[in-house]
Design a protein around this ligand. Structure first.
Ligand SMILES: C[S@@+](CC[C@H](N)C(=O)[O-])C[C@H]1O[C@@H](n2cnc3c(N)ncnc32)[C@H](O)[C@@H]1O
Length: 293
């Protein structure tokens, strides 16, 4: 547990300096469990088509991803970037895959998530490991479904992750991601400036490598270049950013768990229009399949 002064300096550096120099794990160590959920510890933005709370929306996104990937009871699932494992506990309950192996680079999250899995008595079905989606400690052709729920934009690089996912999937296995991309460049100068600013603020704070900055079509091409077929990538941004923004603006008490510096910034952001705040950010759901032979 860092001292209040160390925490303050950490937040000041992270929020005020775009070249903050923190690793992705250090960013998540700072955020810790301060997400605006009321029950779970999800760190995703949620899928808001029918959801009315942050927890519902985060669960809905996890289920959308599981169903897009066709998760079923016989599957061995590899979950890359599992946060605090809320989605693994949910999938174990709702879709009952044979096994879930989780990979996450943030040691503090792995420790907490393992404890939650043990508390739920699911250690034999959920195996959480510290490791990277770009160098998976998993044998070739050994899993049925690779999932990355709001995490692949971080990877150094996303293409290396596609190659690793292809390697570990058995023939006929599936890949599914919920992921953050830039928006296509607007022809309007003012919108273009807003797009640049919104991408820059998110990419710099959340360590999105420049190599991962491309649109839907190159995303599809990179999946195909990795060997996948049945590739489908669609934007779901209208059911993510604006409804999340409106929900938080209407429920500011949910920011209470955040560090006061983060809260200050969040409150200032919530006074702006969602269309401007998220102008440069697309949010996609992608599926792909490793050819059967
Ligand atoms: C936005 S959080 C999403 C967490 C979780 N999927 C959820 O929906 O709550 C991104 C997660 O990706 C993890 N992560 C970032 N880079 C990673 C990498 N190279 N390999 C595995 N996990 C990574 C982070 O530690 C964090 O847990």
């Amino acid at each position: 547990m860092p001292s209040p002064l160390a925490n303050f300096l950490g937040y000041l550096n992270w929020l005020a300096r775009p070249s903050h120099g923190l690793s992705t794990s250090e960013v998540y160590d700072l955020i810790a469990t301060a997400s605006p959920t009321e029950h779970g510890l999800y760190l995703n933005l949620g899928y808001w088509r029918e959801a009315e709370t942050m927890d519902d929306a985060s669960e809905a996104l996890a289920m959308l991803v599981a169903d897009a990937g066709g998760m079923t009871s016989g599957d061995i699932v590899l979950d890359c970037g599992f946060g605090f494992a809320d989605q693994d506990l949910l999938w174990a309950r709702e879709r009952q895959p044979q096994q879930i192996i989780g990979l996450n680079i943030t040691a503090s999250q792995v420790e907490r998530a393992r404890q939650r899995v043990a508390d739920a008595g699911l250690e034999d079905r959920i195996d959480l490991r510290e490791g990277s989606a770009t160098g998976m400690p998993v044998p070739d052709a050994s899993v049925d479904l690779v999932v990355s729920l709001e995490s692949a934009f971080h990877y150094q690089t996303r293409e290396d992750f596609f190659a690793e996912a292809f390697r570990v999937l058995r023939p006929g296995g599936r890949l599914v991601t919920a992921d953050i991309l830039p928006m296509p460049r607007s022809s309007r100068f003012v919108t273009r400036m807003r797009q640049r600013l919104s991408w820059y603020l998110v990419a710099s704070r959340f360590n999105i490598p420049e190599a991962n900055r491309y649109l839907i079509q190159p995303y599809e091409m990179k999946l195909e270049a990795a060997g996948f077929d049945g590739v489908g990538v669609k934007s779901i941004r209208d059911d993510v950013y604006a409804p999340l923004h409106d929900f938080l603006a209407a429920n500011p008490r949910l920011l209470e768990r955040q560090h006061w510096l983060a809260k200050l910034l969040a409150r200032a952001t919530l006074t702006r229009k969602a269309t401007n705040v998220y102008a440069g950010l697309d949010y996609i759901l992608a599926v792909a399949r490793k050819p059967a032979r």
